[in-house]
Ligand binder design. Structure first.
Ligand SMILES: N[C@@H](CCC(=O)N[C@@H](CS)C(=O)NCC(=O)O)C(=O)O
Length: 246
């Protein structure tokens, strides 16, 4: 059985879940506790981030590496075009959206005024062993802010970056949410862009669905993004292309 080591609310882990689901591959998830996960991730793949996939004897860390591994090992329902030029475009966009995922994350953490629903979404899968899970909340809030560089100037820069990312989607689809980023079919580029921007739009059935409590200004900004073609495109990719098994 394949095992995906993950955090449920990580958008990079969502990207890998989507790849696995798209290919119809069964897997179990092992939800590692944030912070403590590093003991295992270092041992497994010598990295500090999740996702990590264990497939038989193979262990692959990093969502992009996992995507490339899956494409090679399981060619069914390919997510890379055969055309050389299109393939290069997809790989380039995949990397670009991967970098933008960092800005989506930092910007969102920078908007949170009430952490209750975020902590709930982050920790609900872990057992509340002797109250330790809840005791960890302030440590985690602090850790997330430090680890992801959530400071006002960096959050402001991330806002500019994420707007550029949405503009990139919009230009690739020529303002038409029914189109794909490259060619006529879903590719790795679409999954990267849709999964990594999804926390802004909280599509139904995703781990971000119940997260609430933005102030009025942030909510108005998010509503505006949601109405734009790029926001509509993310929602459409989820509605039409996200076959969920896990
Ligand atoms: N480039 C990596 C990024 C993964 C990543 O940033 N994962 C975050 C969760 S969203 C993580 O594991 N953070 C924990 C840490 O850095 O200790 C990938 O694509 O897998």
């Amino acid at each position: 059985m394949r095992t995906l080591y993950q955090f449920p609310i990580s958008h990079y882990c969502e990207k890998t879940r989507w790849h696995l689901d798209h290919k119809g591959l069964d897997f179990q998830v092992d939800n590692l506790f944030p912070g403590l996960h590093r003991l295992k991730s270092k041992r497994l793949a010598n990295i500090v981030t999740l996702p990590i996939l264990k497939d038989g004897e193979q262990v692959i860390g990093d969502s992009t590496q996992i995507a490339l591994y899956l494409e090679q090992r399981y060619p069914q329902r390919p997510l890379l075009p055969t055309d050389v030029a299109q393939r290069a475009e997809v790989l380039e966009l995949e990397e670009q959206f991967d970098r933008l995922g960092v800005h989506v994350r930092r910007w969102l953490y920078g908007q949170i005024k009430q952490w209750d629903s975020v902590m709930h979404a982050m920790l609900k899968v872990y057992r509340p062993l002797l109250g330790i899970r809840d005791l960890m909340k302030p440590v985690l809030i602090n850790g997330v802010q430090r680890l992801y560089g959530v400071t006002p100037p960096r959050v402001a820069k991330s806002q500019a970056e994420l707007l550029e990312g949405l503009a990139l989607i919009e230009s690739r689809i020529h303002g038409d949410p029914s189109r794909y980023l490259v060619g006529e079919q879903l590719t790795l580029a679409d999954i990267s862009a849709a999964a990594l921007f999804a926390p802004l739009f909280t599509p139904a059935g995703t781990p971000w669905e119940g997260i609430a409590g933005h102030d009025a200004k942030t909510q108005a900004f998010l509503d505006e993004l949601h109405a734009h073609p790029a926001g509509q495109w993310v929602m459409r990719r989820y509605a039409e292309d996200r076959q969920r098994r896990n």
